[in-house]
Design a protein around this ligand. Structure first.
Ligand SMILES: NC(=O)c1ccc[n+]([C@@H]2O[C@H](COP(=O)([O-])OP(=O)(O)OC[C@H]3O[C@@H](n4cnc5c(N)ncnc54)[C@H](OP(=O)(O)O)[C@@H]3O)[C@@H](O)[C@H]2O)c1
Length: 337
């Protein structure tokens, strides 16, 4: 069957999305980015993936977050991206900021994991093939490798930029001291780290206290937060039981055993505050992350267009009163996962 030609909304840059500068760089990212960790792999309906990607682009999302191992089915989220990109987005490549990463296990043997030059170089080549792209806008070291010399990983990233396979580089989930070394190393090779990626949500605020956010800000680097909804906990998903099609039911990264009565009671209390603010809980959780200074963008996951449509409204209400913040943060601090 011949697919209809995609014609994006002409109002995509007037949909309310803000574009925030990543640190001291020339790059502006949409404050919401679309994440491909779950929901775009080989088990996800292709039609739904296409609709989500089109909806995102139509509503001003320019930033797309992939990784070599996203699926499920390693590599399959990148394949889905590549398929939809060919059919819908190729004419709009210059309006898109597309990131991928390498750092977790991808293929068997000693060269398919962690941070060696061999792995990073092979992985970006594979990712480019799967996504049908000529280059990535951003390529990340996905995790800190305690065994490989940092210089080896970092020089591979610098060389990836020199080879034109990525325009910028980023770092995800490195400890603070190693990140300081990385910022220095990269700056001296004229390839400053564009953005640092780590978890930030109402339940997990480690980056605020362990020096990560301060270090990133002081070094003129951007920050992009992942798992802003705590994989769905900070939404209405589990307020009335555990839906059959929810992430928790997959029993993998989120497990049904984590959805305790205590947790649900606290989430309900947060939901009440969100309602008083005229927001869904997902919107409030996203607005909270976006209200942090130094946050360039927040990566949202979604398993339907309606979830994305709901989450997108978060950009409209990013102000919190001191009283609201106190209440929200006090309740959230009681949630243990
Ligand atoms: N660098 C890293 O190591 C790293 C690690 C993790 C994630 N990430 C990135 O961050 C992205 C986001 O992570 P995540 O998928 O865990 O994010 P999340 O945004 O915290 O959770 C997404 C899940 O929340 C539910 N949801 C989303 N919007 C909703 C709404 N409006 N109402 C109700 N439920 C809603 C859906 O659950 P259901 O599926 O149950 O419907 C969805 O799959 C990833 O895709 C990836 O790009 C990076």
């Amino acid at each position: 069957m011949i697919e209809e030609i995609y014609s994006p909304s002409s109002g995509r840059y007037e949909a309310g999305m803000e574009y925030r500068r990543s640190g001291r760089s020339g790059i502006l990212l949409s404050e919401l980015s679309l994440g491909f960790w779950h929901n775009f792999g080989e088990t996800a309906p292709l039609e739904r993936s296409k609709e989500i990607m089109r909806y995102a682009f139509d509503h001003g999302i320019t930033s797309y977050d992939l990784a070599n191992n996203y699926g499920p089915g390693y590599g399959t989220a990148e394949e889905t991206f590549g398929y939809v990109y060919d059919k819908s987005f190729r004419p709009y490549r210059d309006e898109m900021f597309i990131a991928s990463k390498a750092g977790y296990d991808m293929w068997p043997g000693p060269y398919g994991n962690w941070g060696s030059r061999k792995y990073l170089m092979a992985s970006i080549n594979q990712s480019l093939k799967r996504t049908h792209l000529d280059y990535f806008d951003l390529f990340y070291s996905h995790r800190y490798d305690p065994e490989t010399p940092l210089e080896e990983t970092l020089q591979a990233l610098v060389d990836i930029v020199k080879m034109g396979k990525a325009l910028y580089i980023g770092i995800s989930r490195w400890p603070v001291e190693a990140t300081k070394f990385a910022f220095d190393y990269l700056r001296h090779r004229d390839t400053p780290c564009l953005i640092f990626q780590d978890r930030l949500n109402l339940i997990d605020r480690r980056v605020e206290t362990d020096g990560t956010l301060d270090n990133v800000r002081e070094n003129g680097c951007g920050f992009i937060g992942f798992t802003p909804l705590a994989q769905g906990i900070l939404t209405n998903r589990y307020l009335n039981g555990i839906p059959a099609d929810s992430r928790a039911m997959q029993q993998h990264f989120l497990k049904t055993s984590q959805i305790s009565d205590d947790l649900v009671a606290n989430v309900k209390a947060l939901n009440d505050i969100a309602e008083k603010r005229g927001q869904s809980l997902a919107q409030m959780a996203l607005s909270w992350v976006l209200s942090h200074s130094g946050v360039t963008s927040v990566i949202v996951g979604c398993s339907s267009v309606s979830q994305l449509a709901d989450s997108l409204q978060a950009v409209k209400s990013k102000e919190f009163s001191a009283e609201e913040l106190y209440l929200i943060e006090t309740i959230a601090s009681k949630i243990k996962m």
